[in-house]
Write a protein that binds this ligand. Structure first.
Ligand SMILES: [Zn+2]
Length: 211
């Protein structure tokens, strides 16, 4: 019997696709406040950089924790049954000079969700360093828009890549909207060493999308 079905049981994306978006998030504020190394992302809020409310970091922590639960349900992400969600985890740490949020298991999130999450992270960081919300301040808005524009370009770029369609054998959610998927879009991410095959589950409405 073909083992095709189980090949894509656990769908993940290559690090490079996440690294790129993190670089764009850092570039938007011209600081390296997010460190990424597989499978952990650390968001660093240096106390010395803070102009806004100290509650901003708490807010982000709560927001990310809530989102992770929502996203894993929405996209039916296959997280460790016995590990009690250990595969995707948000943690908070604090010392004299900084507050940090660690997100473990980001590679299990669909890239669209990941980008949306980074948008919230960048938004919070802007509020943290300027004390001004992007909706209330032109300069803050410009910084946030830099990330949003990069994310739109990124989706546009990858969604134009060639792909093959394969039938789906188990229940998956469309990685664009969360509705039941009917096929897998198989596309290629090239690295220096090898080509990685990626599978994005899609519904009929999003049949042409990869991200
Ligand atoms: Zn869809």
């Amino acid at each position: 019997m073909s083992n095709l079905a189980s090949d894509y049981t656990r769908i993940t994306y290559p690090n490079g696709l996440y690294d790129y978006l993190v670089r764009k998030a850092n570039a938007a504020v011209s600081e390296i406040f997010i460190d990424i190394s597989f499978p952990i992302i650390q968001i660093n809020f240096l106390n010395a950089r803070r102009k806004g409310s100290p509650k901003t970091v708490d807010w982000l922590f709560e927001e990310l924790s809530t989102r992770i639960v929502r996203v894993t349900r929405k996209y039916r992400i296959d997280i460790g049954q016995l590990a009690h969600r250990r595969d995707i985890m948000v943690e908070f740490a604090m010392d004299k000079t900084s507050q940090k949020i660690n997100l473990t298991g980001y590679h299990l999130l669909p890239l669209k969700s990941f980008g949306n999450m980074l948008s919230i992270v960048v938004w919070s960081y802007i509020v943290f360093i300027t004390g001004k919300k992007p909706s209330d301040d032109e300069e803050s808005q410009r910084l946030h828009k830099k990330f949003l524009d990069s994310f739109e370009d990124y989706k546009d770029y990858w969604n134009h890549m060639p792909r093959k369609k394969k039938p789906i054998y188990d229940e998956k959610a469309c990685y664009i909207c969360g509705e039941p998927a009917f096929a897998l879009n198989i596309w290629t991410y090239k690295t220096k060493d090898k080509d990685l095959e990626i599978a994005t589950p899609v519904c009929k409405k999003h049949k042409d999308r990869l991200i």
